[in-house]
Design a binder for this molecule. Structure first.
Ligand code: SOE
Length: 391
């Protein structure tokens, strides 16, 4: 019988729910080398944690995360808490010999992320693995885009254009939750949404961001305190950021992250333009990848030996549901589309496979630290009139 991997989940809100579903689904969709077992869920409010454990299918409940580290039936800690506890829980878990999956952004500060990456390095020497949850790497269309870029299909990268737009803060009556407080979230749209597109830009191109220039804004500086009977409190993070960047080989990139884009619910878009073609992705059309292959276009340096009709050349839509596409062999017949939650299932599949094989899963805590350096540089630049800031 397949050996089990006991999961201890900390935090049971939105991300806790998404991760729990992935832990439950992954062994049914994929032939995993280890069998995830939902061993224990941890939350400070006993009644709420018990209700979540029942709904998500966890066998036990703890109200103090330290107790998870003492449990013999837990081999992996899944950190789904706000950013201010990522470092403490992850470092302690790694030191206790537990594998760690930590939600993004890795931490609230570079110093915390450095401590986490160092702990991950020490743990790795003992066969203990860690991964940061940049789940969008596991959208099949984006994994395909990465393969196409790595295979030279767009040639030399010239531009990356990325945006992540939401609108849930457009209403000034929206309450002052933890995501709007620097001491809990580290930053606002920058860390919550910008982190995703920074990671994607670097993952897709295989290049790091070398420097940035940014602007940030907090449009609604005071919001109602939840349960505060009309009292308001200060918003201490950014509502929106925009920044330009240069990749290490000289390509130009632009980024935008906001929670004030009225009508945009969860609009993540990324486009890469290269010397031989372009790729474009839109999360609202998650199963599709647009590809403009300039092979044979008159006057281009596209792949030789092909000819393109100038009247019909252009972007074409690839429906990324073929069994040969990343992750798709486990799912439905072609055209039977996947959704957002599958990204977490794929994340679990890759993490469990790496643990079983004794390899290092990606993205690593070192990758998470590198993204944190970029976020830090954007914040520093925005605080200094957009001064160019090397990463
Ligand atoms: C909230 O803005 C949020 O849930 C992010 O925290 C997630 O990382 C993103 O995937 C969806 O939006």
């Amino acid at each position: 019988m397949t050996e089990s991997l006991g999961v201890g989940l900390v935090g049971y809100a939105f991300m806790g729910a998404a991760h729990s579903q992935a832990w439950r689904t992954a062994p049914h969709a994929f032939d995993l080398p280890l069998r995830p077992v939902l061993a224990a869920l941890c939350g400070r409010d006993q009644a709420a944690a018990e209700a979540a454990a029942r709904r998500y299918g966890f066998a036990a409940v703890e109200t103090d995360w330290h107790a998870l580290l003492d449990r013999d039936d837990v081999q992996l800690i899944d950190v789904c808490t706000p950013g201010d506890s990522h470092a403490e829980i992850s470092v302690a878990a790694l030191e206790a010999g537990k594998h760690v999956l930590c939600e993004k952004p890795l931490a609230n500060t570079v110093a915390e992320a450095e401590a986490m990456a160092a702990a991950a390095g020490r743990a790795q020497a003992r066969g203990v693995r860690s991964m940061v949850g940049f789940n969008y790497r596991r959208v099949p269309a984006l994994a395909l885009a990465r393969d196409l870029i790595a295979g030279g299909r767009v040639g030399e990268i010239r531009h990356v254009r990325a945006s992540y737009l939401q609108d849930w803060l457009a209403d000034p009556a929206f309450p002052l939750t933890w995501r709007l407080q620097k001491e809990h979230a580290g930053s606002g749209a920058l860390g919550d949404l910008g982190a995703h597109v920074v990671d994607l830009a670097q993952y897709l191109t295989g290049q790091l961001i070398a420097g940035v220039s940014g602007v940030a804004a907090t449009f609604v500086p005071e919001r109602p305190v939840p349960g505060g009977e009309g009292r308001t409190g200060p918003v201490t993070v950014d509502d929106a950021v925009a920044f330009t960047a240069r990749l290490e080989t000289g390509a130009l990139a632009t980024f935008e992250a906001t929670r004030f884009a009225s009508g945009r619910k969860n609009a993540l878009r990324i486009e890469v333009n290269g010397s031989r073609g372009s790729l474009a992705f839109d999360l609202e059309r998650l199963n599709e990848l647009e590809f403009c292959d300039t092979a044979g276009f008159p006057g281009t340096t596209g792949f030789p030996g092909t000819t393109a009709d100038p009247l019909t050349q252009g972007f074409r839509r690839i429906l990324v549901t073929e069994p040969g596409h990343p992750y798709l062999s486990a799912w439905w017949p072609p055209g039977h589309v996947l959704g957002w939650e599958h990204t977490f299932t794929h994340e679990v599949r890759d993490l469990v496979t790496a643990i079983a094989q004794g390899t290092d899963p990606e993205p690593s805590f070192a990758d998470g630290l590198q993204v944190q350096h970029v976020l830090d540089a954007v914040a520093a630049s925005a605080a200094q009139d957009s001064r160019w800031t090397p990463v």
